[in-house]
Design a binder for this molecule. Sequence first.
Ligand code: ADP
Ligand code: GLC
Length: 486
Amino acid sequence: MKILVAASEAFPFCKTGGLGDVVGALSQTFSRIDEHEVVLFLPRYRSAGQGAFSFKAVPGNFLIPVGGAIETASIAMVHWGKITVYFIENSKYFDRPGIYRSNFGDYEDNDERFVFFSRAVLEGAKFIGFKPDVIHCHDWQTAIIPAYLKTLYRIDSFYVKTAVVFTIHNIAYQGMFPKETLLKAGFTWVDFTPDRLEFYGGINFMKAGIVFSDAVTTVSPSYAEEIKLKAEFGRGLEGILKYRSADLYGIINGIDDEIWDPASDTVIRRGYDAKSFLKGKSSCKKSLQHECGLPENKDMPLAGVVSRLDVQKGLDLIAGIIPEFVDKIQFVILGSGDSSIAESFSALSKNFPACVFFKSGFDETLAHKIYAGSDVFLMPSRFEPCGLSQMIAMRYGSLPVVTRTGGLKDTVRYDGEPKDSNGFAIDAPTYTGMHSVLGHIVSLFKYRELWNAMVKNAMSGAYSWSKSAEEYLKLFAATIQKKSNL
Ligand code: ADP
Ligand code: GLC
């Protein structure tokens, strides 16, 4: 199969969260199965690759209409394992400090930036002569590619057999813009109807992906149900999702088990695995406590957080409850995003320096050390399409504390019996629920045999991409087949 993946992030080139992890690892996994030919298209942000890769220019350039203007696109490529990554270049749109935003908020021309990118992917594939059997698009930034294929490119012979699959990573970010964006993208008013691109008087990129793709997936079975059945999860798109429910699939994410492997992780103090983790984990905990200026106490549970600071993640709940547990639990928090959430954690670390450490920012190295050095990992999300952090935490033997929603519900088992559990779960992100589960953790931590049985369960879970990547490939094959029968 010839697979073209189009996305706005992919680790290790550019990442703001789980989307980047998934696009990078899943594309690599596709290329290792049955010799599928995989190319990945990304924007060439200023920080892309951070000097760690050698970019080779593809000679020439091509033109992309954006509104009334004509913009120039060029391509640089990087060979990455069996994949070739094509970076779309345009300095006006991508040569900036951030990926989506500056310190003052989202870039105001994000509609134009991703209109340009999406169309440049379709023109770029022609430019390099890669005729895909399937295009796999991710989240709103590339969600108008399916709309292009079914409108402007409908009779383009290059794409006549190409199937398109769209994956929703987070429906909370839909790419909603005023109706003028419709014209910038080159669509016509004929497409501006509620069953196509129109959404409350504007244009909604994610809706375009749902309406025009041959198949739609999201990143866990539970989230697939939640977004089509409940308005608070579907965020206005539940109707269209229900309409497309025959073509909507929930496929659980995996994690990159080479990057996230406590046995071979070179960043952490001492490696360990599921068979023998006691010495390794306690040495990683001690080293984390030392680095964070916390007392080196092995008998007090250490709770870690590595997160985007966003209302989605229920972090306000954690901030609210910390004062109740300062003499019973140590907290190490790493996060970037919302400044008011950051301020609340900064204040807590100033007030309780002996048990709360907070670092604001994005830090891959510290993230690894937190997963390895913590006993529990807090993730009481209000909604969670899948969540990778809880799986990474489990692989590192840090027991996740989650809410029963989306992918958290599908990956964390907690039924009261430690020997059958791999973490802790509460039904809803409430103060009472969180208070009671943390209280339980403080008591259970004293019963090391039970605790270690849970750690073993967590560490021996299957979190790799192999099974889910096969599910995607099966879906791609079926979608291509269906398309060729039309
Ligand atoms: P989301 O995509 O909603 O942010 P996920 O759990 O799917 O949540 O993925 C989060 C990914 O981003 C994980 O790899 C996590 O380790 C990483 N991450 C989140 N915040 C930070 C941060 N401040 N520093 C380093 N890594 C982070
Ligand atoms: C989103 C979701 C997260 C998911 C990630 C990768 O950022 O918030 O739950 O794991 O995408 O699919």
